[in-house]
Write a protein that binds this ligand. Sequence first.
Ligand code: SF4
Length: 355
Amino acid sequence: MAGIYIHIPFCKQRCTYCAFVSGAPLFCRRKYVEVLKKEIESRLDKWVSVDTVYVGGGTPSMLERGMLKEIFDSLSKACDMRAKEITVECNPDSVDKEFCDEIISAGVNRVSIGLQTANDKLLKCVNRPHDLSSFLRAWESLSPIKNKSVDIMMGLPGQTIEDLASTVDFVTGLNPQHISAYSLTVEDGTVLKESGFVVDEDGEADMYDVMSDILNKKGYRRYEVSNFCLPGYESKHNSSYWDLSDYYGFGVSAHSLVKGVRIANTDDFDKYVGGDFVASKEKCDFVEEYIMLSLRTAAGLSISRLFDFGFDILNERKEQIERLVLSDLIYIDGDRIKLSDKAFYVMNDIITDLM
Ligand code: SF4
């Protein structure tokens, strides 16, 4: 079984922190969808069984109505579609009842909606194109979809712990099944970077604690550093990334992992629509990547799976494991190595230690 990721590089306007490939001109949407369908048809075949699909961006809801359905039709023709989880990302300013009807008719059963913060001033400050009232309208339009995720952010310029706490209270009041919470990072080439803004790491850590605490009290379980859900609503698609299962990425800047090879599509929109899809291919380092990704999850690292990748961690990292267990930073639970709660702030050091 494999996952599918599809990248849609259109947005209404650019958020100040955005480092994604998202600024393609809207008049190119038709051309892009045609090329995307060609890429899907040329790389997939009926031997590929698909269990999850994720359409991200950019803003997939910025496509013209009918285009998402076309993309899903093309996928269904090109592979053995058995997906139990089909997610589409959307932003509040481009969601309405028509959008919801279209994605339901295409088989979509999960949406991920970008709120980021419930504070209108902060939304404006980072150039998000929506406000809280448009989010609420979008939420209402999406009510037929029973599996919804909301994105929120920590560390936005001017954001206080109280702002964050009231956003988390607001979001949990809507009872979404899933919440993704990301710490702001300042990437090269963004408006935020050019403005000289510097992340307050201690402030973000305090926000993370407050947020985790509220979510925990409201019944949301952390199953990965940035992902929380009600019981049984883990994202199957994201979980397959952390487990290093095969997935095919389609569209500009999309990445794939197929039969041990990581494939990166070009970031250059013109090259992509010209049919020059792939920028690079390299062998996946399963051992390093599995250690790095699995330790971020609550399920932890499977010792036997790592052994299958050719690394006997209990022998190769015996000393480090003993030291980390004694320091109460990791513990062994059957076949799994897991991080303790207090290990969160030194997670990167622990991962480096064990690699
Ligand atoms: S909505 Fe997302 S992809 Fe679009 S500009 Fe903002 S951060 Fe980037």
